[in-house]
Design a protein around this ligand. Sequence first.
Ligand SMILES: [Zn+2]
Ligand SMILES: [Zn+2]
Length: 290
Amino acid sequence: MIDYHLHLWAHGKRDIGPTIEDLASYAEKAKGNGVVEIAITEHLFRFVQTENILGSFFRRYPDSEMRSYMESYWKDHARADLDHYVEVALAAKEAGLNVVVGMEVDYYEGEMDKVSELLAGYPFDVLLGSIHWVRDWPFDHTDSALVQGYWDIIGVEEAWSAYTRALEELADSRAVDVLAHPDLIKIMGKFPAVPEEYYDRMAEAARRSGIAAEVSSAGFRKPIGEEYPAPYLLRKFKEYGVDITTASDAHNLGDVSKDFDRIRKIVLAAGYESVKGFRSRQANAIEISQ
Ligand SMILES: [Zn+2]
Ligand SMILES: [Zn+2]
């Protein structure tokens, strides 16, 4: 197994740099859960360098309470230094830790070329792609009454439709290697009339772009209480020959590789015998039994 989605900083924590000791603790914890390799994948929007190129991104949307909420959330998080983050991850790798250097890249409509240009300057092993917001609506902020109230304004069908469109564009952009938590839009347990229509499009986007998909235990810790992707979507991925990674999406040491016994059973039951690891953004197969 691999744990290819790990954050060093909880949301709300700021102005801190990673250390090799942090990474060593993550690697050690993962190893204890039967994980042979981890990827450190901090959010793109946590770095000052991203703020420099996308700082005005949310200004493209009409002024509203939601846009202000999202802008201040984003700016509050964009404080870390990307150079330092990559240096520490590289140093950990060179010190022999089973760590690869990654990033969780958020989707920015029409701006992925700028993102790719920024990231091309760094020696990343793997880039995850995520849809965390639809336009200026960060639907996965489960604790915000303002954010959650928007389900009624936007509508569940339109939310799934816009999310799926964004995912298709993200996959087609080829800017990233893995679709993180592919059906994150189900986070609150709100489903459209026929979710399979959207799942089919997600699977098709992965098939045509050649992107891998992540199987994540993070959903167990969210209101939906189910792994990402849903069983139907994972079956589709397998049917379409889409490769997978496994991930906990931990934001702290305690959650590293959490519930991986369940994830192992899920991927084996779906017929997968190996997952994909990455080096310099090139995939290699890792047997699940390892
Ligand atoms: Zn994410
Ligand atoms: Zn994440």
